[in-house]
Design a protein around this ligand. Structure first.
Ligand SMILES: [Zn+2]
Length: 181
């Protein structure tokens, strides 16, 4: 996994690119939830599922299909007054899908683990992207608060933090220019 901080930053950055009218606290909070919750699958091994099982860590809960199911579920529960096939409904679902899917995408760029089952449950093969540049985060919170955690945050600041800041700054500039014209 990449750390929950990095996944959350990606969700907030992406949310800032969406129309201003949807950018409420609930929108970002749910985006962060979608971007971080796939890692709850680390508890699946307590239920007897191994890492390499389709329900194990980085399995189905990190897949594109799960991202879509989660996005639709979150949209229906938290924005039930907005029809899902309306423009706003589709925008919200797209954002939650992006947040959830981004989780697997960034995990597939980490230096450890077994890769991400993007196409589970149809295909449990684990994949990495060609660029494995982000230091893998420890599974336990206690291990995170130490030298390992610091190295992870440093690598994420470089590979996720700086690009997010560039996107946020670019977005801010574009909106400022648009408001003036
Ligand atoms: Zn993960």
């Amino acid at each position: 996994m990449a750390s929950a901080f990095a996944h959350s930053l990606v969700a907030v950055t992406a949310g800032k690119l969406f129309p201003s009218k949807v950018q409420q606290f609930k929108f970002f909070a749910l985006g962060i939830f979608c971007a971080t919750s796939p890692d709850l699958d680390v508890f699946m091994h307590k239920l007897g599922y191994s890492y390499s099982h389709v329900l194990g860590h980085r399995g189905f809960f990190h897949s594109l299909l799960f991202s879509l199911i989660l996005a639709i579920f979150i949209k229906i529960i938290f924005y039930y007054k907005t029809p899902i096939m309306s423009k706003l409904g589709l925008i919200l679902t797209a954002y939650f899908f992006f947040c959830a899917a981004s989780h697997g995408f960034f995990d597939a760029m980490t230096t450890g683990g077994r890769g991400v089952a993007f196409f589970a449950p149809f295909d449990n093969a684990r994949h990495f992207l060609p660029w494995r540049v982000i230091r893998v985060s420890p599974m336990s919170v206690s291990q995170f608060f130490g030298e390992w955690g610091l190295r992870v945050l440093k690598s994420e600041a470089y590979w996720i933090g700086i690009p997010c800041m560039v996107v946020l700054f670019g977005n801010w500039m574009v909106r400022k220019v648009r408001r003036r014209s």
